[in-house]
Design a protein around this ligand. Structure first.
Ligand code: HC1
Ligand code: SF4
Length: 571
């Protein structure tokens, strides 16, 4: 163990590698702004400077190794003054439009300024330098006058996602994360995954907010019905917005809160996740039996679809033609359910709550409009935005009595909720495809080879006459590696699941921001817990799904399903 002192108190550690880790491990507060435990320390913000007994200069705790015998001081007047003056300098280049900022209330800079009582008395020097708001993307907004030069977006985009859309250019106050040729982000190869917005500690990159529009829709209905749908991964993360732990399951409270906001009906995207399994499973069996394009690729992750269309159009034929569960449910609501309720598609407003920024982009696709040309999904809110709405309306989330989804489009199985985890779509598909093709259930429902955080997971399942070879790939950088291998003939599979974000949707760019290093593991556990507690855990056993086939779609891949549940891609 390494022995050291912090503020004259003795400690030892076997796990901490840096001074910052040692302090955090022992609950000693050290301010940070550029540091995030899921990224590499860059030592840029200078807020974590501490004194040590090794020489006179203060050192950045995040980037200094913990050494035996080091005496660390985090609370001396010298340290505190340095934090205050560094915060003052950051403020001088920061556009503090706090009250209208997306980050208001969850801004790391705001918290630090308050905590240290820093007065904003420096002359503003940002206006002349950046003055750049890029709202060209339907998913994200960048306001560079709020950038604090932490490098977190740059790292998220290049290191985690392997996309390299943003890079830091210029020096000093002129430094700024830019796109190549400074193009609007919608004109770059950006896939709208939102990883940059998740890691942004302030409001410099945030989701393209639909909070105000949603309030307007809820408060001025003009005779319309407002229908919400909620994605699998939202229910294990929304409570983090209210101070609870990652992975806490709050399905019933979330539904109750959405009703309190004024929604008329709350359906579950999990219903259409079950439906997706019926359609996609059938599509796979059909491709295998009839020599269709293989491997077949899942198509529910919109960041992934953006990646294929923008960067790998040669793989478009591999994509399943299934719409995402969001797309399927909105289509059913407007084109089938509305009619059953005696209403026109125009009378219904669909608001979907997603862990994902790219879903905002998906909802605007031309292929996902009704015959009369209106979008089937009107509004997409991220989980964070739903949290903001609930707080704005002063709804006491934690003490709400649980509420159930409306039926029939609110019924779902355990197979649907695991869509939220990497490997979940694959596991759900296998539970159903195996049983339908072989007429017996899988030996075990918890199919562990496709679970967990390994970037590329592979498995082979004896499937009657063939061995079904599958792979699960998550996080954009791993996807690029996998596709390279596939092009080179180094891998061979029948079916591959792709999710752009690490961990799958639980790691989506629109989920509550977390400064912990284990939020993904904990959300993942929450999802598997929901699955285990369900009485039905196979999509084909969803009675509401069976019913909609009997009463409307007839069978998977029918003419009607093709029209309402499938789509096509462009480049
Ligand atoms: Fe997902 Fe999906 S699982 S894409 O990861 O297929 O966003 O949660 O809603 O549509 O169901 C996201 C999550 C989500 C879709 C489903
Ligand atoms: Fe990069 Fe994703 Fe942000 Fe686009 S949305 S800039 S790809 S991190």
């Amino acid at each position: 163990a390494i022995k050291f002192t912090i503020n004259n108190k003795k400690y030892e550690s076997t796990t901490a590698k840096t001074i910052l880790e040692a302090c955090r491990e022992n609950d000693v507060y050290v301010p940070t702004l550029c540091y995030h435990p899921m990224l590499e320390p860059v030592g840029k913000c200078r807020l974590c400077l501490v004194e040590t007994n090794f020489g006179g200069k203060m050192v950045p705790a995040c980037a200094t190794d913990l050494r035996d015998g080091v005496e660390i001081t985090t609370n001396s007047p010298r340290v505190v003054n340095s934090v205050k003056s560094n915060l003052g300098l950051i403020l001088a280049t920061h556009n503090q439009e706090c009250s209208s900022c997306e980050a208001n209330g969850r801004c790391e800079l705001q918290d630090l300024v308050y905590r240290y009582g820093v007065e904003d008395k420096f002359p503003k020097i940002f206006e002349k330098h950046h003055n750049m708001v890029d709202s060209s993307s339907p998913a994200l907004i960048r306001d560079m006058d709020k950038c604090v030069l932490c490098y977190r977006c740059v790292q998220a985009c290049s290191l985690l996602q392997g996309m390299d859309i943003l890079s830091m250019t210029g020096r000093g106050v002129h430094a700024i994360p830019k796109t190549a040729f400074d193009s609007p982000i919608s004109e770059t190869e950006c896939i709208n995954c939102g990883a940059c917005s998740f890691y942004c500690p302030v409001g410099a990159i945030s989701e393209h907010s639909a909070v105000r529009r949603t309030l307007d829709v809820l408060e001025n209905k003009n005779g319309k019905i407002v229908v919400f749908q909620t994605a699998p991964a939202t229910r294990v993360a929304i409570s983090e917005e209210f101070g609870m732990e990652p992975g806490d399951i709050s399905t019933g409270r979330m539904v109750a809160a959405i009703r309190k906001l004024g929604a008329d009906v709350v359906f579950d995207t999990n219903f259409s996740a079950d439906l997706t399994i019926m359609e996609e499973g059938s599509e796979l069996l059909d491709r295998v039996a009839n020599g269709g394009t293989l491997p077949m690729f899942t198509s529910c992750c919109p960041g992934w679809i953006n990646m294929v269309e923008k960067l790998y159009p040669e793989f478009i034929p591999n994509l399943s033609s299934c719409r995402s569960p969001q797309g399927m449910l909105s289509s059913i609501i407007k084109n089938h359910w509305a009619e059953k309720m005696g209403r026109k598609p125009e009378d219904v407003i669909v608001v979907s709550v997603m862990p994902c920024t790219a879903k905002k982009d998906e909802a605007r696709r031309e292929e996902l409009k009704t015959e009369s040309g209106i979008p089937e999904t009107d509004i997409v809110l991220t989980t964070r935005e739903l949290g903001r709405l609930i707080k704005l309306k002063k709804i006491p989330f934690l003490s709400l009595e649980e509420s159930e989804y409306n039926n029939p489009l609110g019924e779902s199985t355990g197979a649907a909720v695991i869509f939220g985890n990497t490997g979940g779509v694959m596991e759900a598909a296998l539970r159903t495809a195996y049983e339908i093709a072989l007429e017996k259930p899988m030996p075990t429902l918890n199919y562990t080879p496709v679970r967990g955080f390994q970037g590329i997971k592979e498995a082979t399942i004896p499937f009657g006459e063939i061995d079904l070879k599958v792979a699960v790939v998550h996080q954009a950088s791993n996807i690029r590696e996998y596709l390279k291998k596939l092009k080179n003939g180094e891998v061979e599979h029948h079916f591959v699941e792709f999710m752009i974000c690490k961990g799958g949707c639980i790691g989506g760019g629109g989920e509550p921001k977390s400064l912990t290093s284990d939020y993904l593991e904990r959300r993942m556990k929450g999802i598997y817990n929901i699955d285990e507690r369900k009485t039905t855990r196979k999509s084909h056993e969803n009675q509401a799904v069976q019913q909609i086939y009997e009463q409307f779609f007839e069978k998977p891949l029918s003419h009607k399903s093709h029209k309402l549940l499938h789509t096509h891609y462009t480049n």
